[in-house]
Design a protein around this ligand. Structure first.
Ligand code: ARG
Length: 461
């Protein structure tokens, strides 16, 4: 007996095996595109009406029926569909047919699920990119607020996770802002490559009906129409690009997470994370663990995994549609959900964090002022390499004698090199060290204020 419930059942004599039917079914995950699918079908039906495939009465039935179907899915989710329904495209049509009868079956004239799914995905992703961009901005705002609230407070700056030179805490925070800004721009730039409409490509060869694709493009909110139906119905590089862009963003966030895990630990105590984003231990009553940051760091693996999954899926796939492409959705949807959650939680983390700039200041090791001394000699005409060697010897002596570099007076320094004359006993004042770096992009207060000013213009828009 042919499988009458399947849209393609006509040429089949036997039903699908239930195990394969389950494997083949994408409805449980592609149901989330129901709004896009309904919007597409509405626009498409209007076009079918314009070219005479559907009369005015049928169009009215379809458009009103689709609205009811949308409400039904909104309320009931997966439960409104029969278990045989393969995907959201068949699902919408089947529900519509249950309401309005046969005219629903005309809606698929001249289109294929191949161009339909590609169009739905692009619409869905465009919508989600906007949401993600807003969440990135919200996170950036929290960064700027924190930086601004303590614009002149110093902290140790690290390379190799070893104290290097003092910087301003605000400068450190703003380093994340600018890194994330590039992630934002990358994602924003992607929109123009997502906003290309495949509809009209049909299965691969283009529709045989005289559709006006300009009309469809405008109705559905796309910027462009894909130029080639074989490419349009099957290309997924826009998903690859999205997953790559989010992976890069997650690298930025994982660095942020790693730093804040370290800096909020007992050993540093630069930050106190709020109870809102930490957990305790089931055995050790004393513990407060930075799980939100650890999960942020951990989810990077998942996001990169999704990207690699799609690269692997697409590699060497023959031209145009292959069912493999149905597997593009899980990684895409999972990445969307994951990054939204990560961004939202980290905004809360920054909103509720206690910043202990006193501890930051007290932890600064004055050996990290050594470059200051070498710079002083270089400014007095000593070749920098020579200056470096002399200060290196001073550092070595401090370590041997157990004294602090910052406590050396002008006279102590002069014993190593006469060019230190005039440096003054206050050479190690941290604010004056930092204020020397007011060049564009440096850690001086004036420079950081400019960064904040610039950032505010970006995040306020
Ligand atoms: N559920 C399918 C997908 O996600 C829709 C396209 C089906 N096309 C086909 N030729 N079987 O890819």
């Amino acid at each position: 007996m042919s499988d009458v419930k399947k849209p393609w059942g006509g040429r089949f004599r036997e039903k699908n095996h239930p195990l394969f039917e389950k494997m083949n079914r994408s409805l449980p995950f592609d149901i989330r595109m129901y709004k896009e699918d309904i919007k597409l079908n509405s626009a498409y039906s209007k076009e079918l009406n314009r070219i005479g495939v559907i009369n005015d009465v049928e169009l009215k039935e379809i458009l009103e029926g689709l609205k009811i179907v949308e409400k039904e899915i909104e309320r009931g989710g997966l439960s409104v569909f029969d278990s045989e329904v393969e995907d959201i495209h068949m699902g919408v049509e089947t529900l519509l047919a249950q309401k309005i009868g046969d005219s629903a079956r005309k809606m698929h004239t001249g289109k294929s699920r191949n161009d339909q799914v590609a169009t739905d995905m692009r619409m869905y992703l465009l919508k989600e990119i906007e949401v993600i961009l807003e969440l990135i901005k919200a996170f950036q705002k929290e960064i700027v607020l924190l930086a601004e609230s303590r614009v002149g407070d110093p902290m140790p700056g690290f390379t190799h996770l070893r104290q290097a030179q003092p910087v301003l805490f605000s400068h450190y925070m703003m380093s994340f802002f600018f890194s994330i800004q590039r992630d934002y721009e990358r994602l924003s730039d992607l929109k123009k490559r997502v906003s290309i409409m495949p509809l009209g490509s049909a299965a691969l060869a283009g529709s045989a009906f005289p559709l006006n694709r300009e009309n469809l493009m405008k109705e559905l909110g796309f910027d462009k129409i894909c130029e080639n139906s074989m490419d349009g119905a099957s290309s997924r590089d826009f998903v690859l690009e999205f997953l790559s862009d989010i992976s890069i963003l997650s690298i930025t966030l994982s660095k942020f997470a790693e730093d804040f895990i370290i800096f909020s630990s007992e050993a540093y105590n630069f930050f106190e994370l709020s109870d809102k984003v930490t957990t305790g231990s089931s055995i050790m009553p004393n513990k407060k663990n930075p799980d939100s940051l650890e999960l942020t760091r951990g989810k990077t693996g998942r996001l990169i995994g999704n990207m690699v999954a799609l690269f692997t899926l697409l590699k060497s796939l023959p031209s145009t549609y292959n069912k493999d492409l149905q597997e593009d959705k899980d990684p895409l949807f999972d990445t969307i959900d994951t990054i939204k959650e990560v961004l939202e939680v980290n905004s809360i983390l920054l909103q509720t964090i206690e910043v202990k700039t006193e501890n930051m200041l007290n932890s600064i090791d004055s050996l990290s002022f050594a470059t200051e001394l070498a710079d002083y000699l270089a400014k007095n005409n000593l070749p920098f390499r020579e200056a470096h060697r002399i200060v290196g010897a001073i550092v070595g002596d401090c370590l041997d004698k157990g004294i602090f570099l910052k406590d050396l007076k002008e006279s102590d320094l002069e014993a190593y090199c006469s060019l230190f004359r005039g440096i003054g006993d206050k050479w190690s004042d941290i604010s004056s060290i930092i204020s020397k770096r007011n060049l564009f992009g440096g850690t001086g207060v004036e420079s950081v204020k400019k960064q904040i000013e610039y950032a505010k213009k970006i995040v306020v828009n």
